[in-house]
Each structure stands twice: as C-alpha cells, then as structure tokens.
Design a protein around this ligand. Structure first.
Ligand code: AP5
Ligand code: MG
Ligand code: ZN
Length: 213
C-alpha cells in the first residue's frame, strides 16, 4: 500500500502518517523529518536545507527529490509506504509518478487532511517536537507524559524553529501557491480522498482507515 499525505502545514499529516504506518506495517517517510535529522547532525544537506526551512520556504526540488527516491528504493519500502510532506510541488509529483511507472507501480491513495488556515496558526504554537525520534505532541491536545520530555525516547521536546507565527504564515502562503495544486493533480488521477482534519485525531484516523481498509 502506497499512500501520500496532503495537507497544509500543521494539518496533522505527521500525526496520522505515524498511526497509518503502525496499523498497516509500512514505513513512515517524512522529508521534513529527514531534513531535521540532517540539521541536527550538522550535515551539508542539513545546513543547506535549514536556510530555506527557517524562512518557511520549500527546499529546492534538486535536493529533495533525490533523497526521497533513494529512501523509497530501500528494501523496507517494498511492501509500500506512507509519504508525509512529499510531494509538495507538481514537479516532485511528476518525478515520483515517473519513477513508479518504471517499476510498473503507482500510488494507491492521496489523503488530503483538510484544516482551514485559522485553525493552523493556533495549533502550531502549541506543538512540541522531538528532534531525536520525530515524535510530535501538542501542549493541550496531545501532551507528553512529562512536560518537555519525549515519551518515546526520553529526549528534550522543543518548539520547532519554523513554528514561530511569522514563519507559519509564510509556510501557509507557500502551501497555497505550490502544494495545493496537488489536490487537483491527484483528483484527476481519481485517487484523492479528503478527510476533515479539524476533528479529534482519533476520528480523523477512523475516517482514514475507512478509506484504506
Ligand atoms: P514538514 O516537516 O513536512 O512540515 P509541514 O508540512 O509544514 O507540516 P508539519 O510537520 O508542520 O505539520 P503536520 O501536518 O505534520 O502536522 P502534525 O501532525 O505535526 O516540512 C518542514 C519544512 O521542510 C518545509 O517548510 C520545507 O522547508 C521543508 N520540506 C519538507 N518536505 C519538503 C519537500 N517535499 N519539498 C521541499 N521542501 C520540503 O500536527 C500539528 C500539531 O497539531 C501537532 O502539535 C499535533 O499534535 C496537533 N494535532 C494533530 N492532529 C490534531 C487534531 N486532530 N486535533 C488537534 N490537534 C492536532
Ligand atoms: Mg509533519
Ligand atoms: Zn523522541
């Protein structure tokens, strides 16, 4: 099963992708998590990506596409995967499409987690992220057991650099300009499914599993 998660920054793509990955035993692949891991480890890629991410801009396709194609070529992806944060531009979607076509393969569903902009800005300020294992929490909706500490790995939780209100606004603008056109792209292919992302995360997940089962 090959799934793409679509949705604005903070719509809950990562939250849902992790639950999907667990239930259907497929890897969760987040380009954002890959970039953040590289930033944390001080790699060349991380330093380059950070310049864009801190401004709320997209990392150029040249950097992003290769990383994603290398990742999905790994053995653990043979049975499928859930992509979170990729593709984010029409060219990225086309590259993925072509790579899959060569393998006589295709994406099964593009799941659009729909949340209006007003809700997004409120959500982001409360998000806390673990830069070690990628887990995310929300100080009100999904708190960690111990404040500021990751339940999964025990490391420190932080407010992401790009979750400051001014940057969130840029990310939303970039989303509407560059990523939202993908909704049409997958609609035309007949694989788009939209779920209401404003309800409780368990209800969002129930709507998604109803599609996938
Ligand atoms: P990325 O890491 O993908 O960030 P994003 O798309 O901005 O999305 P987020 O991770 O912020 O939100 P999410 O939808 O995963 O929501 P979450 O589940 O955390 O990308 C970061 C940057 O990397 C980009 O800006 C770009 O620069 C670069 N990048 C990455 N991929 C790229 C690509 N392909 N091309 C180019 N550049 C790329 O939930 C948000 C919060 O809400 C959490 O606190 C959560 O606990 C809470 N929450 C979740 N669901 C609910 C619910 N139902 N009710 C209440 N609260 C909820
Ligand atoms: Mg995410
Ligand atoms: Zn952690």
């Amino acid at each position: 099963m090959k799934i793409i998660m679509l949705g604005a920054p903070g719509a809950g793509k990562g939250t849902q992708a992790k639950m999907i990955a667990e239930k259907y035993s497929v890897p969760h692949i987040s380009t954002g998590d890959i970039f953040r891991a590289n930033i944390k480890n001080g790699t060349q890629l991380g330093m380059e990506a950070k310049k864009y991410m801190d401004q709320g801009l997209l990392v150029p396709d040249e950097l992003t596409v290769k990383i994603l194609l290398d990742r999905v070529a790994k053995e653990d992806c043979a049975g499928g995967y859930v992509l979170d944060g990729f593709p984010r531009t029409i060219p990225q979607a086309q590259v993925l499409d072509n790579a899959l076509k060569e393998l006589d393969d295709q994406i099964d569903f593009a799941i659009n987690v729909d949340v209006p902009d007003e809700n997004i800005v409120r959500r982001m300020g409360g998000r806390r992220a673990c830069l070690s294992c990628g887990a995310t929490y929300h100080i009100e909706h999904i708190p960690s057991k111990k404040e500021g500490v990751c339940d999964a790995c025990g490391k420190e939780l932080v407010l992401r650099d790009d979750d400051k209100p001014e940057t969130v606004k840029n990310r939303l603008d970039v989303y509407h300009q560059q990523t939202q056109p993908l909704i049409d792209f997958y609609e035309k292919k007949g694989i788009l499914r939209t779920v209401d992302g404003t309800v409780d995360m368990k209800d969002v997940f129930a709507a998604i599993t109803a599609i996938l089962d």
